[in-house]
Write a protein that binds this ligand. Structure first.
Ligand SMILES: N[C@@H](CCC(=O)N[C@@H](CS)C(=O)NCC(=O)O)C(=O)O
Length: 212
């Protein structure tokens, strides 16, 4: 029997989780339950008990004697590697410098990348109506954020965002970078980031996780 339920939808934050499930090969350990966001299942009482914030992704332990709920995609990624990546294939040991660089990237993704690209999704899907000048400001800011990621790759000089291997640091950003073209962001302006996306898409587990 699986250990955890994972409540997901096919969104950038949802796909972070499916990518890591594939990389860690833990499909038998977690049960994926798709939430219908259009039907607002994430706002139903039963779901709010799991995540009072009413958003996917969320994780719930199946051990009723030891209930445990976790939300925030990057916290779930950290939790899954702490449980199932004991050899640190896709993570770094707790308290190492690269562990904290991963935490830094996690917070940067949530605080800088997601809010701006999320608004751009809204504009493109015609759900958010902004003036031309506000839209221009969004693009100025998202290009600055992508350039920060490009500069991190340049200074690391390993092809990866943290240390010298593909880790959850990439998983934080890949579902967003993959949507650059949809977001009308020219990824060729960020060659190292573009190359990271291309290399990552050649990893079958990542391609499968992103296709969820
Ligand atoms: N910071 C949160 C953001 C979660 C989030 O915004 N989830 C979206 C889908 S990507 C959602 O559930 N939207 C539906 C809603 O807000 O009702 C995370 O990283 O998990």
């Amino acid at each position: 029997m699986s250990d955890y339920q994972l409540f997901l939808a096919s969104t950038t934050n949802g796909r972070k989780i499916t990518v890591l499930v594939e990389l860690l090969n833990i499909q038998s350990k977690v049960e994926i339950i798709t939430i219908d966001l259009a039907k607002k299942q994430q706002k139903e009482d039963w779901f709010l008990k799991i995540n009072p914030n009413g958003k996917i992704p969320a994780l719930a332990s199946k051990d009723s004697s030891n209930p445990f709920y976790l939300s925030e995609s990057n916290a779930i990624l950290q939790f899954l590697v702490s449980k199932y990546d004991t050899e640190n294939k896709f993570s770094y040991p707790v308290n190492s410098n690269n562990y904290f660089k991963t935490l830094e990237l996690s917070l940067f993704q949530v605080s800088a990348l997601a809010p701006v690209q999320g608004k751009i999704f809204g504009v493109i899907r015609n759900l958010l109506h902004l003036s031309e000048s506000d839209v221009n400001d969004l693009y100025t800011e998202i290009k600055r954020v992508y350039q920060v990621l490009e500069d991190i790759l340049k200074s690391n000089n390993t092809g990866f965002l943290v240390g010298d291997k593909l880790t959850i640091a990439e998983v934080f950003v890949l579902p967003w970078i993959e949507k650059a073209a949809f977001s009308k962001i020219d990824l060729t302006q960020f060659p190292l980031l573009n190359d990271l996306l291309k290399r990552s898409l050649q990893v079958p587990e990542i391609a499968k996780g992103l296709a969820y």
